[in-house]
Write a protein that binds this ligand. Structure first.
Ligand code: PFF
Ligand code: NA
Length: 451
């Protein structure tokens, strides 16, 4: 019943898995979303709660997802089904994979729109639009972009198209090779922006803003956002890591591999915050400005540093690439599923799913202009897609994965897959069995009652 290899292909080595999983994890969530939600939620205490969620819930769940995938060797839904069956449990557990595939789509909808903004900025940077610009001018330009559905549609379409192209080509080609060069380049340019941030003289303020513990600023909603972001940023709760784990070789230790991915993702988020907030404070911008934060601060920084046009251009190219390697991973679970379960050829699966995701993105981008009065549960379409996926669907998916991997799968099997010491296994087991589910449920329940 259980397979040795995935029909979709296999990563060449453990290192390739780390890069692919890091490519999925490191994306707009780190560079765009983390700084802006930290700003909106008042900094300090929010960051601490986020870090706790990453360590206590994110890491064990990343290990769980990877092992389920590697044991099942198929798309998330089919892996869950077979791994459940192997332990003599109900095959209905596959519904977690279905829900995850849906979440992947909904995320792709708004993710591709933001990816499109990044591409628009690549083009602006190439033309030197922001040379010498101040915060007001860039802020107005960003507002102008949001008000312009045609420009957004073009860039969103380009981004969605690029994502689907890679997916058509499959697991092994292209992706592995490009990530190897591009991830290090992203790190270097992040440090260039960090250097500029420090040169503004407001680094200390940024540091205090991010790390001073001020619990009075913390609401239950902020805790939920921190929890949801831990899932979002690590690509957890929707099956991506199950899909990527299904292409992982048997020899690699899942414990240390997952730790590397979690560490890199957290590192990039913190550096992005420490690079962006000094610029915010130096230009008297509002840290709680929302989704536009990165799109206003960074052009100001690049517009005013030596060779900023070149660095700025390169930086946005790399953000686009980080977003691109993540967008791909949003669709992989459902594509693999269509191929396995309904016999779709891969290009056909990509076409069908790509068109649906693209249409969702159009609805999301229209919510900034033509459809700004359309509200779902009090939110515009873009915000709604972001909110339900990150704050409800991913934590819920994660809760089910935690329960599945520690209560449903026989521990003989999970221990065998994880390949960690007996002590580490015990730790993983109890955290996944009790701590993670209780924490997720607590945050959910408190949100219902203390809004
Ligand atoms: N982890 C990605 C980011 O931080 O930008 C977003 C993401 C990708 C979420 C893939 C979920 C996912 F399955
Ligand atoms: Na991330």
């Amino acid at each position: 019943m259980l397979k040795k290899e995935s029909i979709h292909g296999m990563w060449a080595s453990r290192w390739v898995f780390i890069m692919a999983a890091t490519g999925s994890a490191v994306g707009l969530g780190n560079i765009w979303k983390f700084p802006y939600i930290t700003g909106v939620n008042g900094g300090g205490a929010f960051v601490l709660v986020y870090l706790l969620c990453v360590a206590l819930i994110g890491l064990p769940l990343m290990m769980a997802e990877v092992f389920i995938g590697r044991r099942g060797r198929q798309s998330p839904a089919n892996s869950l089904r077979d791994v459940a069956e192997e332990s003599g449990r109900s095959t209905n557990w596959q519904f977690v994979g279905w829900m995850g595939a849906l979440a992947g789509f909904l995320i792709f909808g708004f993710y591709s729109v933001v990816g499109g903004w990044v591409l628009a900025y690549v083009s602006d940077m190439a033309q030197g639009t922001f040379n010498g610009a101040g915060a007001e001018q860039v802020g107005a330009a960003f507002k102008g972009l949001l008000a312009d559905p045609v420009t957004m549609l073009i860039w969103h379409s380009v981004f969605a198209f690029l994502s689907m192209i890679v997916l058509v080509k499959g697991v092994n080609e292209g992706l592995e090779r490009s990530i190897r060069i591009l991830m290090p380049a992203l790190f270097i340019l992040l440090f260039v922006v960090l250097g500029y941030g420090i040169s503004t003289g407001r680094f200390a303020d940024a540091f205090h803003f991010m790390f001073d513990f001020e619990p009075e600023k913390l609401t239950w909603n902020a805790v939920l956002v921190a929890l949801g972001h831990a899932f979002f940023t690590l690509s957890l709760g929707m099956g991506t890591m199950i899909a990527y784990g299904s292409y992982m070789t048997k020899q690699a230790s899942i414990g240390s591999t997952a730790m590397a991915v979690v560490f890199l993702d957290t590192f990039v988020a913190l550096v992005a915050g420490l690079a962006i907030f000094p610029i915010v404070f130096a230009n008297n911008m509002d840290p709680g400005a929302g989704p536009g934060l990165m799109f206003v601060t960074l052009p100001v920084a690049f517009g005013n540093m030596p060779m900023g046009q070149i660095f700025g251009f390169l930086f946005f190219v790399l953000v686009a690439i980080a977003a691109w390697t993540s967008a791909i991973s949003l669709m992989e679970p459902s594509i693999a599923f269509l191929v396995e379960r309904f016999g779709f050829r891969r290009p056909m699966a990509c076409l069908v799913l790509g068109v649906v995701g693209w249409l969702l993105g159009i609805a999301a981008l229209l919510s900034f202009n033509e459809w700004s009065n359309v509200h779902l549960f009090g939110k515009g379409i873009f915000d709604f897609l972001d909110y339900v996926t990150a704050n409800i669907m991913l934590p819920l998916g994660g809760l089910f994965v935690a329960i599945f991997s520690s209560w449903i799968v026989k521990s003989r099997f999970s221990h065998e897959e994880l390949g960690v010491s007996a002590l580490s296994y015990k730790l993983w087991f109890y955290v996944t069995r009790f701590v993670a589910p209780i924490l997720v449920l607590t945050v959910f329940i408190f949100n219902l009652f203390f809004q």
